[in-house]
Structure formats: structure tokens, C-alpha cells
Design a protein around this ligand. Structure first.
Ligand code: HEM
Length: 335
């Protein structure tokens, strides 16, 4: 397994990559279609492979609560949890990177993750896996793998311009993602999270709506100043959310951002304008930390394509993700 190169990622995100950006080679071959194993290999190549840990979003905490659908939810989908009855949910908040002990105040720990399982009445699950940035560095899974490989080959000793410099010169969305300011959050409960990939929703009358999930914190969005972040402890987010749910539920509005004609449905690197119609899907109310959060997160496998009737993946990246996550799961179970 290649050595992890978090310093390359750090240098980039902190804006310290001073090399002149190269132009992409006009005659370069098109990217190869990649397997789920290659996707996970590429993540391991950047962050290392750590026993028992997810290939990415390795550090996290599991909580439990309920989801209550809003009246408008059934207008877009006949999925069981979007009708009238509240259902139990399991939520995992996480830091970015595959480094399981990354300090919460490390800039690399952004974006944060929110993964949720709706426990449906028939015993199945509906999952959403979102992060705290409205966008993604890459339009497709293959493109994402190319970015990871470039990152993995651009360590401190790599000659300039590095493979990453070359990659970013031809991929402005990736550059924008990696260099966007991402301040440390006050709390896992005070960040918006974005589903980023597009799903197709069908209601009881057969009408179709294309949309992207957003989780909007009821307590508002709150961030630390750089000084506050520097003084925060390495595990401040787990302590903070434990205290916060001890005082009262941590709530998010789950909403759907609805596509307009012309919006790209298969490119999560392009955020849709904020002016798009928003449909209220319901409220997530998180009540407590799981009794054994570490055991729970080892067991949990969130799958972006785990959806009931009434919801279907539209963006092909959703199925590509759902093929890669079980590979990481098997590796972290030692299989
Ligand atoms: C082709 C693109 C992607 C690939 C190959 C990929 C790969 C992975 C892998 C291998 C895992 C670890 C799964 C596990 O061990 O259970 C993971 C977890 C995760 N990913 Fe992705 N991912 C992709 C896109 C995204 C996007 C677009 C988002 C945000 C919208 C995202 C957010 C997350 C989060 C939050 C987790 C942690 C889930 C949990 O708590 O279990 N990923 N990803």
C-alpha cells in the first residue's frame, strides 16, 4: 500500500501549493473506467489504510433520533418515510479523510459528513450520505479516482509541477472545491449538509421530480473563528454534540432542492442556484448518542443507493459510490 500523503492534501487545502499550474496534455488518453476496488485503493493511497477504519470519513460518532415527514413530502414521492408516520433514524457525523484520529480542528477534517438511515416499517432502510459542502470536486466517479491518484502522487518530494498541479489546471471545479474556505464548525449540529447527487422522486400520481437533498440546521449555521479553532481540542466535536443532545434534541430540516429544466442531473461538481424551488421533506430530531458509538459505527454501512420505491438514483455516481462503500466495509471488517 502506498504511503499516505496527507501533507500534500494539507498543502493544497491551505493554499500552500506554490507551483505553477501545468496545462493538461492535449493528447492524453481518456480516463479508464475504474472498478470499486480501484476507487478504494485510490482513497487508501491518499490517506493510508487503517485497521477497522473507513477509507474516508474515518472518524465519527453515531447518534439516534426520529424523522417526521412534512405535509409536502408526499407531493414529491410515495416513499414510505415521506408519507405521514415518523420513523426512527440512525445518524453518523464524521470528519473528512481516512485518518481515524484526525484532530477535529485540522483543516483537512472538512468537509464534515452526515450519513443517515431511516428505519422503515417493513424492516428495510433508506439511506442518505451527505457532506457539508454544496458540491463535489469531480463530475464522475472515474474523474474522482483520477484526482485521488494525482493527490497520492503529489507528496512533498514530487517534482513541480506535481501531478496534482497538472490535474487542477484542467479541472477548475476540483480546484474550487479544494481551495474553498471551510471554517471549523461550532458543532456537528450547526452545519448544513448537502446530498450533492441527484435522485428521481415519483409521487402516488406518477409525477416525477428531480432533486438534491439538503439538511439545514434548525439552530442555524455557526462556525469557530481561526483562534477558537486553534484552541479547540482534537475531539471537541464529539464532546460538543454529546453535551448538546443532553440539553435537547438537535434538529435538521430535510429539504429537497428541485431541478429546473437545463440543470445538470449527473454532475455533482456543479451546484444548482440557491433560487431553485425547495420542498420541505421533514424534520430530523436527534435525541441521543448511541450507547456504544464505536461498535455501532463499525457495524454500520450507509449506501447512497439504498432507497425505497418512490426514489431512484438519477446521477450514475450514486451507484458507483454504492459499489465502493462495501469494498471499504469489507476491508475494515478485516475481510
Ligand atoms: C465517486 C465518488 C465517491 C467515492 C468513490 C466515495 C467513496 C467512499 C468510501 C469508500 C467510503 C467509506 C464507506 C465505508 O467504509 O462504509 C465513503 C464514505 C463516505 N462518503 Fe463517499 N465517496 C464518493 C462520493 C461522496 C460524495 C459525493 C459525498 C457527499 C455527498 C460523500 C460522503 C461520504 C461520507 C459522509 C462518508 C461516511 C459515511 C459513513 O458515515 O459511514 N462521498 N465514501
Amino acid at each position: 500500500m502506498p504511503r499516505p500523503l496527507p501533507s500534500a492534501v494539507a498543502a493544497l487545502i491551505l493554499g500552500l501549493s506554490g507551483a505553477a499550474l501545468a496545462q493538461t496534455q492535449p493528447g492524453a488518453p481518456p480516463p479508464q473506467a475504474s472498478t470499486p476496488e480501484q476507487q478504494v485503493d485510490a482513497l487508501n493511497g491518499v490517506f493510508g489504510q487503517h485497521p477497522g477504519a473507513r477509507a474516508v470519513h474515518a472518524k465519527g460518532i453515531v447518534l439516534e433520533g426520529r424523522f417526521t415527514p412534512a405535509a409536502a413530502a408526499a407531493s414529491v414521492s410515495n416513499a414510505p418515510h415521506l408519507q405521514q408516520e415518523a420513523v426512527p433514524v440512525v445518524v453518523r457525523f464524521s470528519d473528512f479523510t481516512g485518518i481515524p484520529d484526525i484532530p477535529d480542528n485540522d483543516p483537512l477534517a472538512n468537509p464534515r459528513g452526515l450519513a443517515i438511515k431511516f428505519r422503515l416499517p417493513d424492516g428495510s432502510d433508506a439511506d442518505i450520505v451527505a457532506h457539508s459542502f454544496n458540491g463535489f470536486p469531480s463530475p464522475t466517479a472515474d474523474d474522482f479516482r483520477d484526482l485521488l491518484i494525482a493527490l497520492g502522487r503529489s507528496g512533498p518530494d514530487a517534482p513541480k509541477p506535481t501531478p496534482l498541479d497538472a490535474y487542477l489546471a484542467g479541472h477548475p471545479a476540483a480546484k474550487a472545491f479544494l481551495t474553498a474556505p471551510k471554517p471549523a464548525p461550532l458543532s456537528y449540529g450547526t452545519l448544513p449538509y448537502y446530498g450533492v447527487n441527484t435522485f428521481r422522486f415519483t409521487n402516488a400520481a406518477g409525477q416525477v421530480t428531480h432533486g438534491r437533498y439538503q439538511f439545514l440546521p434548525v439552530a442555524g449555521s455557526h462556525y469557530l473563528t481561526d483562534d477558537e479553532a486553534a484552541k479547540a481540542g482534537p475531539d471537541y466535536l464529539a464532546g460538543e454534540i454529546r453535551r448538546r443532545v443532553g440539553v435537547g434534541p438537535v434538529a435538521f430540516r430535510l429539504v429537497l432542492q428541485v431541478a429546473e429544466p437545463g440543470d445538470k442531473l449527473d454532475d455533482p461538481s456543479i451546484a444548482w442556484p440557491d433560487s431553485r424551488r425547495i420542498v420541505e421533506l421533514g424534520t430530523i430530531s436527534i435525541a441521543k448518542v448511541a450507547a456504544d458509538s464505536d461498535a455501532a459505527q463499525r457495524e454500520l454501512l450507509f449506501l447512497p443507493s439504498a432507497v425505497p420505491d418512490g426514489i431512484e438514483p438519477e446521477d450514475p455516481m450514486i451507484d458507483a459510490r454504492s459499489a465502493a462503500y462495501p469494498v471499504s466495509y469489507s476491508r475494515r471488517q478485516g475481510q
